[in-house]
Write a protein that binds this ligand. Structure first.
Ligand code: BDR
Ligand code: CA
Length: 316
């Protein structure tokens, strides 16, 4: 089984990423690190613990990551995030208080230790800001060349951003950290808006979960229906909600879901295109580009897999 760590700002699509990883037959989820973004970092940790408990996966430890970018002193949730994910990040659904606490070790130290222990056998999927990963690289630079697979949800190459014309939300939270990651030795796979906006879920699918008449099926339907309703207001042209974060987990496990372009990239960390993920003109002809960018996706096959994993999990 593949050792996997998720690094999440646990909102609703992050919660679906947890379900995908727990439901995938070939994953050993060794920990979840929390990040800030859709919610504050402590709320993200709490949400991850509650979602794990709902899925019967209380053996997975949760570690608290950095509370804000290293260039700011403070982080506030944006009103649009609360609108899309609910104030509590999980669609205003009340789940039982977690019975397990977050671990004492910091998320950054847990990540460094895990790379030292598992090296190329480790898959990391960050679906929030890249602050924790950048901090880990700065503290232990050797991990960049040893970590096996890093597949992020973030960025946009062929479509506009969703926060500004250039910036996708996760990159926009901490473009400096993203640039550290994008220009490091890490072999990075970028699952950005290019593909996640083509991978949509509707109430037809959440209705199938509700029909299972299990607690997990019903609560997940409640949570994701909130997200689908929010998308009707914020993105009425889409006809569904974007499966941003669970698509990144899917691509980490099966890269054949997407067609890709290999490119040396950087992240613009100042000016009006702050947060832009773009090819580095100075490194276009270098051999072995370090970023693999997903450009198109086999939506039908991905959605089939997504529904199989989650529905089987919610049945239990
Ligand atoms: C990303 O931003 C967050 O709000 C979502 O959870 C996803 O990771 C989409 O831009
Ligand atoms: Ca996220």
């Amino acid at each position: 089984k593949r050792k996997m760590i998720l690094d999440l700002d646990t909102g609703i699509d992050d919660a679906m990423a947890i379900a995908y990883a727990v439901g995938a037959p070939d994953v050993d989820l060794i920990g979840i690190i929390s990040s800030y973004g859709n919610v504050l970092v402590d709320q993200a940790a709490k949400n991850s613990l509650q979602i794990l408990a709902l899925l019967g996966a209380t053996d997975v430890p949760v570690y608290v990551g950095e509370p804000h970018s290293s260039t700011t002193e403070h982080f506030d949730v944006m009103p649009i995030s609360a609108q899309i994910h609910g104030k509590n990040g999980i669609g205003e659904v009340d789940l039982p208080e977690p019975t397990r606490q977050p671990e004492k070790q910091s998320g950054v130290d847990f990540l460094i230790d895990a790379v030292h222990q598992y090296g190329s056998d480790l898959t990391l999927v960050p679906t929030g800001p890249l602050t924790n990963l950048a901090a880990a690289i700065e503290k232990a630079p050797d991990i960049a060349s040893t970590i096996g697979n890093v597949t992020i949800m973030g960025g946009a190459l062929t479509v506009p951003g969703n926060v500004s014309h250039f910036a996708e939300a996760n990159i926009n939270q901490d473009a400096e950290a993203a640039n550290t990651v994008f220009t490091s030795d890490i072999k990075l796979t970028m699952v950005g808006l290019d593909v996640t906006l083509r991978t949509l879920l509707t109430t037809k699918e959440t209705g199938q979960w509700r029909d299972l008449k299990t607690t997990a099926g019903e609560r997940f339907a409640d949570i994701v229906d909130y997200y689908i309703d929010a998308y009707k207001v914020t993105s009425p042209h889409l006809h569904g909600c974007a499966l941003h974060d669970p698509l990144a987990v899917g691509v980490a496990l099966d890269p054949s879901f997407v067609r890709t372009l290999d490119l040396n990239m950087f992240v613009q960390a100042s000016g009006e295109d702050y947060g832009r993920t773009i090819g580095d003109p100075a490194r276009l002809t270098e051999a072995n580009p370090n970023v693999t960018v997903a450009l198109t996706v086999d939506t039908d096959r991905y959605l089939d897999t997504f529904m199989t994993y989650l529905t089987d999990l919610f049945k239990q």
